[in-house]
Ligand binder design. Structure first.
Ligand SMILES: CC(C)(COP(=O)(O)OP(=O)(O)OC[C@H]1O[C@@H](n2cnc3c(N)ncnc32)[C@H](O)[C@@H]1OP(=O)(O)O)[C@@H](O)C(=O)NCCC(=O)NCCS
Length: 175
């Protein structure tokens, strides 16, 4: 088990547990949108964007933890503007908060018309990933070192989102 974005081997227990700033794991990925990503009208499927968001978030989580991760929660996503075939989609993912075995990432999505150069912010999302050990059990993550006012504001807001998510989790009938 493990997120498909995971490429390397997990680290041994206790290694790499020094605090790391969000800037150390921030990741940017770009991909051009093809006909196979879209409906017959040329609008890219929401699911295509969601998959890229999941991948970008997972890469930031992997860089922070240097362990395999799984997505445990993806907050609701709103698509502010359409993405078209031929657009270059760029996703920037950043770790906003780290708890014991889970962390939150913020992923921002931008679409560029490569002919005109116009860039549009099209969507964003928060995702929670859980780090796993070799046996597939939740594993401890290095703490996050907050360096800027923006880092601190993001982490404070993440704390409120965590309380909401865990409250909703507790209220679900399956648990
Ligand atoms: C992720 C998974 C291992 C967690 O298992 P679990 O039994 O809930 O484990 P725990 O209760 O110990 O929770 C582990 C961490 O996840 C967090 N968590 C669990 N459910 C959560 C939720 N709905 N929202 C936010 N965080 C959540 C817990 O708070 C804990 O984090 P912490 O140690 O930082 O406080 C398990 O739910 C799973 O395997 N889910 C499937 C993941 C998957 O396949 N994703 C898609 C493919 S990548």
């Amino acid at each position: 088990m493990g997120h498909p974005a995971a490429a390397g081997q997990p680290m041994a227990e206790g290694q790499g547990m020094d605090a790391k700033p969000p800037s150390a794991s921030q990741v940017t990925i770009s991909q051009v949108m093809l006909i196979s990503d879209a409906n017959p009208q040329g609008n890219v499927h929401g699911g295509t964007i969601m998959k890229l968001v999941d991948t970008a978030g997972a890469l930031a989580a992997l860089r922070h933890g240097r362990r395999r991760v799984v997505t445990v929660e993806m907050d609701s996503m709103r698509f502010h503007q359409p993405v078209h075939v031929g657009n270059l989609v760029t996703l920037t993912a950043r770790v906003t908060a780290v708890w014991r075995t889970s962390l939150e990432t913020y992923v921002d999505v931008e679409a560029e018309d490569v002919i005109t150069g116009e860039r549009r912010h099209t969507s964003s999302a928060f995702l929670v990933f859980v780090a796993l050990d070799d046996a597939g059990r939740p594993a401890e993550l290095p703490p996050l070192r907050l360096e800027t006012e923006a880092d601190r504001a993001m982490a404070a807001a993440a704390e409120a989102r965590r309380q909401r998510r865990l409250g909703e989790r507790a209220a679900r009938p399956e648990r």
